[in-house]
Design a protein around this ligand. Structure first.
Ligand code: FPP
Length: 248
């Protein structure tokens, strides 16, 4: 692995980085390869970003691996992605465990085929005690579906008399999301140049800084990650308020 200097001061480092890993298909097409090869190469790009997050002290990393909309892709491509998910969890879980990584899943796992589902569940279980890096993988995830699910859970609790309508506030909703224990997203990175949020972490990214990089996901490496962090470090975060100098 390349050694890249810590790109920004530790106190400016985002706590939660989320990534929309886009451009696998284009990466493959540009090389005359099938799309599945782009996804395979995309999986290889996961290790550097995980290791640099640990090294640079980013405690929460969330990756968009498979959306609720991705089921609509050709059967062979969905099959290839499921196979890669299975392979990743089979091959990487021990290494991740020994590095102190806790794996969490955002999304409805029950819809996955049995083999990948079991391996994912095992990885979550095995890495549960770890806290060095929380790696959340969004699998069969959609932001709107997540919000609808949270509303359903709240309604159910209200019907059962465990909750009053007036107790439903932002914090109550946040607690029913898949990300209940995670901090809000600070930095949202999207590769392959698109400027869309694509139904990813809609509630959690309310004040995230968005960085779009032109590189395809399989080309995302330590240098690209450092560049995104430097862009983040140069931003003034306001959370809807004013900067200090504007307040005078
Ligand atoms: C977008 O590229 C990427 C995806 C739909 C899947 C991302 C998945 C991986 C990187 C690998 C699987 C993850 C794990 C955890 C094993 P695209 O196909 O939409 O690219 P395009 O826009 O260029 O066609």
């Amino acid at each position: 692995m390349q050694s890249v200097e810590t790109p920004i001061a530790p106190e400016k480092m985002p706590r939660h980085v989320a990534i929309i890993m886009d451009g696998n298909g284009r990466w493959a097409k540009e090389r005359g390869l099938p799309r599945s090869m782009g996804h395979r190469q995309g999986v290889l790009a996961l290790r550097p970003v995980i290791e640099q997050s640990i090294r640079w002290g980013v405690p929460y990393l969330t990756l968009f691996a498979f959306s609720t909309e991705n089921w609509a892709r050709p059967k062979e491509e969905v099959g290839a992605l499921m196979g890669l998910i299975e392979e990743f969890f089979y091959r990487e879980v021990e290494e991740l465990r020994s590095q102190g990584v806790r794996i969490r899943i955002l999304g409805e796992l029950s819809a996955l085929p049995e083999r990948p589902r079991r391996l994912v569940e095992r990885a979550v279980e095995l890495t549960e005690p770890n806290r060095r890096l929380t790696l959340s993988l969004a699998l069969n995830y959609g932001g709107r579906a997540e919000l609808a699910r949270a509303a359903r859970l709240l309604a159910q609790e209200a019907v059962e008399g465990k909750l009053r309508a007036e107790d439903i506030d932002e914090a109550a909703l946040a607690k029913r999301l898949y990300t209940a224990e995670l901090p809000d997203v600070d930095l949202l990175i999207r590769t392959a140049g698109e400027l869309r949020i694509s139904n990813f972490l809609l509630f959690q990214s309310a004040y995230a800084e968005f960085v779009a990089l032109p590189c395809r996901w399989p080309d995302f490496d330590e240098q690209q990650y450092a560049q995104a962090l430097r862009q983040y470090g140069a931003r003034q975060r306001r959370f809807g308020g004013l900067e200090a100098r504007e307040r005078q």
